[in-house]
Write a protein that binds this ligand. Structure first.
Ligand SMILES: CC(C)(COP(=O)(O)OP(=O)(O)OC[C@H]1O[C@@H](n2cnc3c(N)ncnc32)[C@H](O)[C@@H]1OP(=O)(O)O)[C@@H](O)C(=O)NCCC(=O)NCCS
Length: 329
């Protein structure tokens, strides 16, 4: 019997309507368009407005669109892996909430927390259930309402993050398409450099933690930058080298959209030319778990069957990783 690989058979995405521009940020904190653009490449990001809306509310239209594209019903999904750092609630899992909202009555699911590497970890994890023969339809969702944990008085973080959600369906393939290899890493030594101080079991919410603004994302930008710029590039190079791939073999590099300078460093390290590097950071900023699926969604019609894609990400934790896949349609 030929080997089963997990192939992406459909992708989709959703971004909220509200556009937060650099110009609007200039009215909120002491910053300017030139500084933000030159340091990060970001011009605008999307914000989910509206009382009572959470990350799952962006996932619903994304997933419903995916099901329509693929021509299947929600009941056919076996498993939902919801990669997010901003779940609707601390518990239950947003995967369960999403399953209920879309009518995925036969699916089980769980949330996966690996900060900005979440979608890569989710794809690699979901692929195991396909490769083992356990499931035939695994939905991997990556999305965040980062605006729910951003302090819009902190210019070090509020310029970077945005809201958005994307998703991919994994199905079995016996012709060699799909996820071929992954390199996944983490190092808890970096856990205090990009994190949310309170709201977990170590420091539950109190009046004091709220007053001290400890429920927002905190970042030591320079330390994160140094780590990311090296490791995202190295892990992409590693997955290429061990699969005997050179830059010319790669149709598309799909990097996590954290910072244009980090994306450029990854492209340089792997030798992949800018025309084959997917970049939409200028329009969405860093949507954390959303960046890679949103890139796949926006570039889907440019991909050809058999294209070699390298996905690469890094995130808080620290976490980082890269996937080599052959596009299946
Ligand atoms: C956040 C980041 C853009 C900051 O850029 P940087 O060049 O490291 O900037 P620094 O923090 O050294 O600050 C440089 C100066 O700009 C100022 N500054 C910081 N944020 C600013 C802003 N939004 N607008 C204007 N000035 C700002 C600083 O106060 C500092 O001023 P000083 O020299 O007078 O002290 C950069 O560190 C970065 O991209 N880090 C990685 C972040 C990331 O990718 N996170 C997601 C991980 S998944």
């Amino acid at each position: 019997m030929s080997k089963i690989t997990a192939a992406i058979t459909a992708v989709n995405g959703y971004v909220p309507e509200y556009v937060l521009t650099n110009q609007e940020l200039e009215t909120m904190v002491e910053t300017n368009d030139e500084w933000i653009t030159s340091r990060t490449g970001i011009k605008e990001r999307r914000i989910l407005k509206g009382e009572g809306l959470g990350t799952s509310d962006m996932a619903v239209p994304a997933v419903e669109g995916l099901l329509k594209k693929r021509g299947i019903t929600a009941e056919e999904i076996d498993l939902i892996i919801f990669c997010t750092t901003t779940p609707d609630l601390p518990f239950p899992a947003t995967a369960n909430i999403l399953a209920h909202k879309i009518g995925a009555k036969n699916a089980w699911g769980y949330d996966l927390q690996a900060a900005c590497s979440g979608f890569i970890f989710g794809l690699a994890t979901g692929a195991q259930f396909i490769e083992s023969g356990k499931h035939t339809k695994v939905l991997v969702v990556g999305g965040d309402k980062m605006s729910s944990i951003i302090n819009y008085e902190d210019r070090a973080t509020c310029i970077i993050f945005g809201d958005g959600c994307g998703c991919a369906l994994l199905e079995p393939n016996t012709e060699g398409y799909g996820i071929i290899d992954s390199v996944l890493k983490s190092d808890g030594a970096g856990s205090q450099l990009l994190f949310q101080k309170s709201g977990g079991s170590v420091s539950p919410a109190t009046h004091e933690t709220v007053a001290n603004k400890e429920h927002y994302a905190y970042q030591e930008g320079q330390a994160v930058f140094k780590f990311a710029v090296t490791n995202m590039a190295e892990v992409a190079a590693e997955v290429m080298e061990r699969n005997h791939l050179v830059a010319d073999d790669i149709a598309w590099l799909v990097p996590h959209q954290a910072n244009k300078r980090i994306i450029d460093a990854t492209a340089n390290r792997t030798g992949i030319t800018p025309d084959r590097v997917i970049v939409n950071i200028e329009r969405y900023g860093n949507t954390t778990n959303g960046t890679i699926p949103l890139c796949l969604w926006e570039w889907e019609d440019k991909f050809k069957k058999g294209d070699n894609l390298i996905l690469a990400a890094f995130g808080g934790g620290f976490t980082w990783g890269s996937i080599y896949l052959k596009w299946a349609y």
